[in-house]
Ligand binder design. Structure first.
Ligand SMILES: [Fe+2]
Length: 271
């Protein structure tokens, strides 16, 4: 990603022509509860309607001071307490062309910036917030000893994964997708050479078909770095449901232990 300094000293990370796709601000929170998730509305009308809808359902939708990266935004806490920033008119940077320092191209535009996966103790309410109130499309669910739902408002197979958890809410990971498998392999090589701890080995998810690995950021959440995710036609999509003891992947995605050895596949219930 390309790094710019924002107007108040925050870091803007660019993935495309947008001024910022990630915004990093200093914080004392190491449990990543302070994280805000941005949801882009198609325009002012959709943004207004979203705000009205949330207010009508009893959520506080508070206006935000003008920011550099969009025309207008408001914040609203989802049932787990994650701050959601609803915005429209995302700012572009027309003068400084996006140039990746490692030469990668990210898959964004009508699939937005990727997906987030959150762990939450308020699983049912959270799924209802994103599906029942906001109208995201429920694409997959897992109902084994793990309960999880995958939803999206756009073409991406999922933009949010919601996983039931007994602990406090937590951002598990953010997924970004690149246009080449070689870019994933090269990033993995960098991790093996010590650039950042790799937490999940290369593998391919059965739900979004993403070939990816995971690394830990200094802020404790993980980044899933992937290639080849599938898109979904909402009109013809038929949801499937995982049963049995299977993990979250066709192959790979083993847990990388601190000593570098590999553990069971992520999400596998036994073994
Ligand atoms: Fe993911």
């Amino acid at each position: 990603m390309m790094v710019l300094e924002g107007p108040s000293g925050e870091l803007f990370l660019r993935m495309d022509e947008r001024l910022a796709r990630f915004i990093i601000e200093p914080s004392d929170d190491v449990g990543n509860e302070d994280i805000a998730i941005g949801w882009e509305c198609r325009g002012e009308k959709a943004w207004d309607e979203t705000r009205e809808l949330l207010t009508k359902r009893g959520f506080d939708a508070d206006p935000v001071e003008p920011v550099a990266w969009c025309r207008d935004s408001f914040v609203c806490r989802d049932p787990s307490g994650f701050q959601c920033e609803f915005f429209y008119g995302g700012a572009i940077e027309p003068i400084r062309n996006f140039v990746s320092p490692t030469g990668v191209t990210f898959v964004t535009e009508d699939q937005a910036m990727g997906h987030v996966t959150v762990l939450t103790p308020t699983y049912e309410d959270s799924v209802d917030f994103y599906e029942g109130i906001l109208g995201f499309h429920l694409r997959e669910s897992i109902n084994t000893s793990i309960r999880a739902s995958f939803l999206s408002p756009n073409l991406r197979q999922h933009s949010i994964g919601i996983v039931a958890s007994e602990g406090p809410r937590q951002l598990a990971h953010v997924m970004v997708e690149v246009e080449s498998l070689d870019s994933v392999g090269r990033a993995m090589d960098q991790c093996i050479e010590g650039a950042a701890p790799m937490t999940v080995s290369l593998g391919r998810h059965w739900n979004d078909h993403m070939t990816s690995f995971y690394l830990r950021t200094p802020a404790a959440f993980e980044v899933e770095y992937g290639y080849g995710g599938r898109t979904v036609d909402r009109a013809t999509w038929a949801r499937v449901e995982q049963r049995g003891i299977g993990g979250s992947s066709f192959w790979g995605h083993q847990i990388v232990r601190d000593d570098g050895s590999l553990g069971p596949q992520v999400g596998r219930v036994s073994g």
